[in-house]
Design a protein around this ligand. Sequence first.
Ligand code: AMP
Ligand code: ZN
Length: 460
Amino acid sequence: MKIYLNNSLTKKKEEFKPIKKGKLGLYTCGPTVYGYPHIGNLRAYLVWDILKRFLVSQGLKVTHIMNATDVGHLSSDADSGEDKLEKAAKKEGKNAWEIAKFFIEVFKGNLKDLNILEPSKFVRATDTIKEQIKFVQILEEKGFLYKTSDGLYFDTSKLANYGQLANIQNIDLQEGARVEKNPEKKNITDFAVWKFSPKDSKRDMEWDSPWGMGFPGWHLECSVMSRMYLGDTFDIHTGGIDHLPIHHPNEMAQSEAVTGKLQANYWLHNEFIRFKDAKMSKSAGTFITLDDLKEKSFSPLALRYFVLQTHYRKGMNFSWEAMKSTKAGLENIVREIAFYDKPKKISIELVEKFNQAMADDLNTAQGLAILQETLDLDLPTATKLATIYKMDEVLGLDLANLRKRALQMPISAKKLLEQRSEARNNKDWTKADDLRDQLQEMGVEVLDTVDGQKAVKIEL
Ligand code: AMP
Ligand code: ZN
């Protein structure tokens, strides 16, 4: 099946052709681990998980690399301000290493809760410092760098096609419009590849280098890691839309300067989740985390379902109301499939239709519509179940597990169900109704069918 992806590089939806037949390299810009990821950040990892699952379902072997930024991401994109980790450490009375360790675990836990497949490798920036220093040396030897009072900067005017990805020419480059002023920079678009440690204080994270004590610029790690694990040019590079004007052009520039080649062939960007009419943002403090959702009794999979409803290139608004109806929608699916016969023999036609939707630049909304159509069709339930399980290999809603859990009754409920069955046999309808109410309070829904009494407990 031909797969079409919307490539930010060519600004076109185009057929995806891997460099090597049957396999591909995928790089996802990972989290900056100084705080709890918010559901906007998690949207980024969810949509790229669906991309990966779909590519795998099409028989492609995917090597997926993700980084954890645990050093060098400064509070301003102008390469000034405090390091986000060092700042968080000071605030918490810890050191940056402890902050990184803690939030990497939080992040991994969130991925697991959301049923996101682990990357082939999840690499910390601080684990590749030696390689990053070597990379900067090459840039220096090739004459791409200049020194300022606070670090080594990449001279973007030395690269003919700098900004090709983001169409930089069309972005307002007035000083101060895109990034803050830095009078020592030769060009507004120049960026730090290596920063010097401050002279008057000691950082938690700093390394000796040919240029003295310091730490890598934020963009460096992705160029270095992607090259280490995926080669000079790899297939797909993903990230949030905020990476399009700065982080990704800078990654690309460094890589091209070193290898003379294009870093990646396809660049994909997801749009934001907005909350109360503003971008959900860690630094602005306006965000919802997975724990906030859990506290309000929303399962992480309900968030997954929420994200799937909108195409990744469209912005989406979060509201508790929307979350409530999303959760009800997923519950309806589980309720519907709970009593289906054991899965047997997929409908090739429906799976094909689903794959066509996904191959059209990951049209997950359409994919969900086809899943619903499958549920509504007049087909044997064994076929319907097998078919939606097949689709769920890509959607990742973990429907088989949700169904299994819905049918598992706690012992207390089992007892009440036995009593109710007995009451019904004795035609004691009042008692049966009373027991139904008791079960309802425990979250157990009872259905009286021609095959007798059936029960589900749906918790999402
Ligand atoms: P960070 O941890 O801030 O480096 O961001 C991790 C990922 O989340 C990046 O790919 C960002 O582009 C993405 N991101 C940040 N904010 C949002 C948002 N509100 N909605 C969707 N993606 C976001
Ligand atoms: Zn990156």
